[in-house]
Ligand binder design. Sequence first.
Ligand code: FAQ
Length: 307
Amino acid sequence: TASTASTAFDEAIARDQRIEPADDMPEGYRKTMIRQIAQHAHSEIIGMQPEGEWITRAPTLRRKAILLAKVQDEAGHGLYLYSAAETLGADRGDLTQRLIEGRQKYSSIFNYPTLSFADVGVIGWLVDGAAICNQVPLCRSSYGPYARAMIRICKEESFHQRQGYELLMTMMRGTPEQQAMVQDAVDRWWWPSLMMFGPPDAESPNTAQSMAWKIKRHTNDELRQRFVDMSVPQAAALGVTLPDPELRWNEERGHHDFGQPDWAELKRVITGGGVMNEERIRRRREADSDGAWVREAAAAHAAKGTS
Ligand code: FAQ
């Protein structure tokens, strides 16, 4: 019955045990997990576009090979995550349809343009850095298939972060023009990176329930603070300035104080009003229709019942 199912579920959560696909779970838990995993999968797939635009324009063969590998990893992450959503009864084609009809979200960060090759480095350093901060605790998320996918994804994200930082280190040893490109990219990506962690806790409708279900292990503001504390010494080592006049070490708190991102901008970008939203979805829709014949051929082959 529903009540014994919810008891078994509650006990598993209380004992820090994983919830597996065949276990009974409250409908709200299933819905929340599908929402978060789908949004995460869509982010990985849409996230291939901003850096993908630089593959043909990478300055050397070495940089091109690294960037190709990174963008391919993101496709892989999207696929593990869609598979994790399928264990909850979601249908991959339906999730893609929801994305291209604007009924399901993806991360706000991918709605900003990549204006120079320094953006590739800054995305690796800050965007993958923020992704790692957010995703390492998700390796302990209560839903088994999601938590296990996160372990592998985090290993690859660490490589992405290091390649970005190494690229920036190289540019910072270069000409004044190259150094200025890096600073300009940092100025444009810093605030959007802070927004990746979501709205402030007081305005986050899902955090309390997701923490109670141990889907999320930290609040949005806790992870944002961790990211700022981690990034400040890295910026100093690189020789760039973070564009926040309020940023300073607070001895008493043992953390950095920092300014507030423009939360109205986050709202606007999440609801489709960012610079690149239309273009990102247009290209995703195009890729979906260009690939339709492959799905039809695969389905026809499967229907023959031969392997
Ligand atoms: N953008 O109540 P909360 C990557 C939505 S990393 C868009 O706080 P929640 C790697 C939120 O979904 C990026 N929407 O929600 C990579 C909710 O929507 P609802 C992907 C946002 O879920 C790097 C509403 O606002 N990572 O792809 C954003 O408890 C480089 C209210 O918010 C993940 O998805 C946002 N920034 O917390 C790839 C991580 N923030 O209820 C390529 C997993 C909030 O209307 C290149 N996800 N919303 O459906 C999470 O940890 C959580 O879902 C949060 C949001 C923390 C993002």
